[in-house]
Write a protein that binds this ligand. Structure first.
Ligand code: NAD
Length: 503
């Protein structure tokens, strides 16, 4: 897997069942965002040549793996789920160290991978097709799923094990093979996950890991004819590139992208509950969730009292190293992400929003070596401001006053994204109307915009997605294609739509 140097372990790619260095001879560092003196590991800076080797391995393994019966494939996945569960604590600690979110959340991330792996392993004995009567005599008609081929899996850093599991496990249970390119900020969790699949007995070449940058490794996957399906989670901007790069070779492309999610707080809401939900939705994972509640639309009748409570609670959040059990909010993942947060704070101020709390990077004392920022709330935000329209991906929440339920729905829908939304209300009619009228892929009532479970579809509308879903049985649709099969046992030519069956 790697070799320990005086300072840190150097980790390798995993190609055709072996841990190998990149042919480039180049590496990159992975550092702890809470303390950049802490070098987590050194990883391979791979190139198109490494990708080509991984694709060769995946292509030849595919010819064997697709023929392994799905329930047998699933047995290996059940074993993998068990191994993730056994190693949960160590996996969570590695994850906090490499990307900063607090331990409770990294444990949750690993738990999601466990849940997804058990759930999808169960699909090894399902993957139901349809068996239907034929319109002709002595003819049998059915449909079944078939695997697509080699899958390219490209993932972001904010859910370093959960998101890879959402993609790799359904790909495998359907009979595809995988080349996995994780985000450069979280290669250790990716490698830990692949090592578990190796330990569970997944055959050589079925899962390959190639670390490195998007422009090198990611792009090489997109332009290769060997890849038949791409599953990408990341920003809308990169998703657009993925989509266009994959188009000339007609790959199947599954995109999960940005969000600007909203919590609507109506005048009849349980305000304590709403404040609790907005804190968790806005500042959980330091606001770095695709489903983060970065907008809160509040009815004017309760606006002041909601805001006072929300700001009071946000000011009290303990920011620090996610490995410290007292910490409630960790650092931003990188200098680049912190810069984005600071840029948007300035934009918000210039646009005329009120900075209700926060607004500064934390740099003194224990914060000096990390990418920390205060939990930040803008109030009196109008729906058209950039801070209410653009994904910030940090601990910044915009609170927008509204006069009516209809206005709240219009503001909620009035962004380019469509991932998650929620409403706090005691009125069942309003709740159901919002459920129907918010055009998002996920909706919550009396809960924040985060908290998806693995057995329902996950994904978004508009600039968040391209119509596919991951998780649930919907994930099988990404990693399989339908084949309709007709078996004529009449012993004569029967022409569909022309010959008719005798009565
Ligand atoms: P990103 O788009 O910068 O990178 C995502 C992945 O794409 C990384 O592995 C990156 O190396 C790779 N990549 C970059 N350029 C590429 C290229 N030209 N060709 C191929 N691959 C390339 O995103 P990020 O900063 O890692 O993650 C944050 C973003 O992810 C946010 O926008 C967030 O909303 C989104 N996200 C969405 C969901 C969802 O389910 N909708 C979930 C989590 C994160």
């Amino acid at each position: 897997m790697g070799s320990a140097t005086a300072n840190a372990t150097t980790y390798h790619n995993f190609i055709d069942g072996a841990w190998v260095p990149s042919v480039s001879g180049a590496v990159f560092e992975n550092r702890n965002p809470a303390n950049t003196d802490d070098l987590v590991g050194v990883f391979q800076k791979s190139t198109a040549d490494d990708v080509a080797r991984a694709l060769d391995a995946a292509r030849s393994a595919y010819e064997r793996w697709r023929l392994v019966p799905a329930p047998k494939r699933a047995e290996l996945l059940f074993r993998a789920a068990q191994l993730i569960a056994e190693r949960k604590e160590a996996l969570a600690r590695d994850m906090t160290r490499e990307m900063g979110k607090v331990l409770d959340e990294t444990r949750g991330d690993v738990q999601e991978a466990i849940d997804m792996t058990f759930f999808m392993a169960g699909e090894g004995r399902r993957q139901y097709g349809q068996t239907v009567p034929s319109e002709l005599r002595d003819k049998f008609a059915m449909s079944m799923r078939q695997p697509v081929g080699v899958s390219a899996i490209i993932t972001p850093w904010n859910f370093p094990m959960a998101i890879p599991s959402w993609k790799i496990i359904p790909a495998l249970v359907c009979g595809n093979t995988v080349v996995f390119k994780p985000a450069t900020l979280t290669p250790l969790s990716a490698l830990n996950f692949v090592r578990i699949l190796e330990d569970a007995g997944i055959p050589p070449g079925v899962v390959n890991l190639v670390t490195g940058g998007g422009a090198d490794v990611g792009n090489a996957l997109l332009v290769s004819d060997a890849v038949r399906v791409v599953s990408f989670t990341g920003s809308t901007e990169v998703g657009r590139t993925v989509s266009s790069q994959a188009a000339p070779s007609f790959k199947k492309v599954h995109l999960e992208m940005g969000g600007k999610n909203v919590i609507i707080v109506m005048d009849d809401a349980n305000l304590d509950l709403a404040v609790e939900g907005c804190l968790w939705g806005g500042f959980g994972t330091t606001g770095q969730r695709c489903t983060a509640a970065s907008r809160v639309v509040v009815h004017e009748k309760v606006y002041r009292s909601f805001l006072d409570q929300f700001v009071g609670r946000a000011k009290g959040l303990r920011v620090g190293d996610g490995l410290d059990p007292r910490t409630q909010m960790g650092p931003s993942v990188s200098q680049g992400q912190l810069d984005t947060v600071m840029k948007y704070v300035e934009i918000g101020k210039k646009e005329g929003a009120t900075l209700a709390c926060g607004g500064h990077a934390l740099t003194a004392g224990a914060y000096a070596k990390g990418y920390f920022h205060e939990p930040t709330i803008f109030s009196d935000v109008s729906a058209s401001m950039r801070i209410a329209q653009e994904e910030i991906f940090g601990p910044v929440v915009s609170v927008i006053p509204c006069r009516s339920f209809d206005e709240a729905i219009a503001v909620g829908n009035g962004v380019q994204y469509g991932l998650s939304a929620s409403i706090y209300t005691q009125d069942i009619n309003r709740a159901f109307t919002a459920m129907r009228d918010m055009y998002t892929g996920i909706f919550y009532v009396n809960a924040p915009t985060i908290g998806a479970e693995v057995h329902l579809p996950f994904g978004g509308t508009k600039a968040t997605g391209n119509g596919h879903r991951e998780a649930g049985i919907a994930a099988l649709d990404v990693f399989s294609e339908w084949k309709s099969i007709y078996v004529d046992f009449s012993g004569r030519l029967q022409r569909a739509q022309i010959d008719t069956a005798e009565l």
